[in-house]
Design a protein around this ligand. Sequence first.
Ligand SMILES: *Cc1c(COP(=O)(O)O)cnc(C)c1O
Length: 474
Amino acid sequence: MKYISTRGDSPKLNFTEVLLGGLAPDGGLYLPEHYPKFTNDELNDMREMSYQDLAFYIFEKFIDDIPENDLREIVNKTYSAETFSYAREEQKAEDITPTLPLKNNLFLLSLSNGPTLAFKDIAMQFLGHIFEYVLGKQGKTLNILGATSGDTGPAAEYAMKGKKGIKVFMLSPHGTMSPFQSAQMYSLQDTNIFNIAIKGVFDDCQDIVKAVSKDLEFKSLNKIGAVNSINWGRILAQIVYYFKGYFDVTTKNSEKVDFTVPTGNFGNICAGHIARMMGLPINHLIVATNENDVLDEFFNTGNYAPRSSQDTFQTSSPSMDISKASNFERFIFDLLGRDSSALNDHWKKIDEGKSFKLKEENFQKIKDYGFVSSSSKHINRVNFIRSIYNDFGVIIDTHTADGIKAAMDHSMPIYPMIVLETALPVKFEKSVFEAIGVYPKRPDSLKDLELLDQKFEVFENSVESVKKYITDNR
Ligand SMILES: *Cc1c(COP(=O)(O)O)cnc(C)c1O
């Protein structure tokens, strides 16, 4: 399998080359040259598989430059019940992403049972193991530089901690994350993890990362890499649980299901789109946004108008406070029939800070791909957290509540509706308390998280001091 850039002007690469690179040299995103399609017989075989077998079966279609046995070992190391241990009492941790039936034809797909209680662990844990493997084979090292507002940082650090050949330099806004989120990162004592708290907001952290990444000499001298959401390895890992969820709630392949996906950078739902292209019988893919509803506007009108960070609201589902979805280009590339020159025309406008509107024929294709969308507000989240708790005794987090709202807007009685649970409620316990008046129960291992010793440096908002710190510690 070779990978091509959406912008059509980059060399074709193998999986491992795409894995360690970021953007393609032409500024585009890498995608597989074609999507492998499963036959009905293959789907029948997959139906009986464990999560690990399913992951291996799917990854193998996209990865042909890692020996089978090695890939198998990476998958088994990544997806273990010990790592994904926070399943609810009625669920089995071995299932990695178990489903939770709420009522007839309404299910949660629990993606957040990993070490940082958000779905990002599913992909990050895989990156941790496969990065270590590939770097080891090539005799290379990597210094991952990232910025986080709360969820990506912990997932990346828990995945990379203790990994050979890898160091993580993670910038976070000093004093603005929740105590739980900062404790998750800052309590890690591993010597390859470096937490840098910047006196500023998340955008300042992001700007420092961008400034460092633009300095190509510094970047190559210091072997700077990234694990941001455009990484193809992350999308690939997320395809698996769509299959897992589908097989869990159906008995034969003639049945179709709907998936609702709380969406920010369009990574998660992009994996759902690819699963559908691979032959998974999906009826609707429902895009759920919060008040930051750029994507909802697009799916309703065909007009894509990203907003600046000043026009992005801070909401109670903060991991979806995104107004320019970094993986959206991959989807539009497919929608435009993989016509790179058309894609370039569209993204030229986006890169100039403008918007584009799809031609009617392309807008129609959104329906063929099964996409619909909805947005929600704080009051909807609070109400759905309350009603899901009252009706089923299940506590959900604010992002999953955005999903439930969108699912209710679009659910059709004949199709099972699977809502992706993208974080556990303890991660956003204040909003949960506001909705139901009780705090979600913390797993014992996290009871005293905020009391653990913390390791982090506080820096002024300065590119030079971050650069110097990296040079001194890499
Ligand atoms: C990252 C995140 C999202 C958004 O996922 P995308 O892949 O960026 O669309 C939704 N919910 C939670 C809890 C997240 O951490």
